[in-house]
Design a protein around this ligand. Structure first.
Ligand code: NAD
Length: 260
């Protein structure tokens, strides 16, 4: 028996980057990830990659900001597997601009994906977790759940907000054996970060190399990027928790960028 044998795990934003790695790792340890993503073609490709290795996975189209799509993805998962053991609320975007110029529409878009998405997926999964008296919910936070950076007002706001949501769920979920945690990575070289490097260089009027060295990795202990594998290790630790002992806590995975 592997750690996740028989476990059904919805992972949002699992068609790319960190979410994809989490889905692959869950499957490698016997679990069935439900690849819930805006991009159905990429989600299906990830599910097929897992099936080609002999695992099981299910791709669903889901915009996490749309309540009807979230409810449908969860209902389709229940229809296929009868339960949801794990939710990894991971879908996210980044928009970098100075606060003074931040368009209200971009502020609302970012908050909606990170916070509405976390709320809607949590609410939809909880009904089933409470009935089963089992659930492990992990939110993808960031060092920006604890710390601020210039140009990232809605991102820092949203990532701090996830800590609050997770703490409430820890309290409400405990009697149903539902645990809640936040994993807070430093910079990971996914498409989300690759896009930011030239954008930050333009905003800060420095080179891309300087963005990496003097902005992104400046405060790490060793100048290293965090990897998707490092983040998946922390997520799987909480997803496999035998009890609610760790519930309500968050883990920073950042090469010492932020030390709590
Ligand atoms: P990514 O761009 O590689 O992947 C994000 C995925 O989310 C994509 O597949 C995209 O299609 C999906 N997505 C976007 N909007 C969606 C929506 N409305 N509904 C459903 N799916 C949606 O990004 P990533 O770097 O893997 O980021 C994943 C999470 O990790 C995000 O929450 C991000 O904030 C967080 N994070 C990333 C880093 C980093 O350095 N990359 C650091 C800390 C935290």
């Amino acid at each position: 028996m592997s750690r996740f044998t028989g476990r059904i795990a919805i992972v949002t934003g699992a068609a790319s980057g960190i979410g994809k790695e989490i889905a692959l790792r869950l499957a490698a340890e016997g679990g069935t990830p439900v690849i819930a993503d805006l991009n159905l073609d990429a989600a299906t490709a990830t599910a097929n990659e897992i099936k080609a290795k002999g695992g099981d996975a299910f791709a669903v189209a889901m915009n996490v900001t749309d309540e009807a799509q979230v409810e449908k993805g969860v209902a389709d998962t229940i229809a296929k597997y009868g339960k949801i053991d794990i939710l990894v609320s991971n879908a996210g975007i980044q928009i970098v601009k100075p606060l003074v110029d931040f368009p209200f529409a971009d502020w609302k878009k970012l908050l909606s994906i990170h916070l509405d998405g976390a709320f809607l997926t949590t609410k939809a999964c909880l009904k089933h977790m409470y009935k089963a008296k089992y659930g492990r919910v992990i939110y993808m936070g960031s060092v920006h759940s604890k710390e601020a950076s210039k140009l990232k007002a809605p991102y820092v706001t949203a990532k701090h907000g996830l800590i609050g949501l997770s703490k409430v769920l820890a309290k409400e979920g405990a009697e149903y054996n539902v645990a809640s945690n936040v994993v807070c990575p430093g910079f990971v070289r996914t498409p989300l970060v690759e896009k930011q490097i030239p954008e930050q260089a333009a905003e800060l009027k420095i080179t891309e190399e300087q963005v990496i060295k003097n902005v992104m990795l400046k405060d790490t202990i060793d100048g290293q990027f965090t990897t998707t594998d490092d983040v998946a290790d922390a997520v799987l630790f909480y997803a496999a928790a035998k009890s609610t002992v760790h519930s309500g806590q968050s883990a920073v995975v950042s090469h010492g960028w932020f030390m709590q």
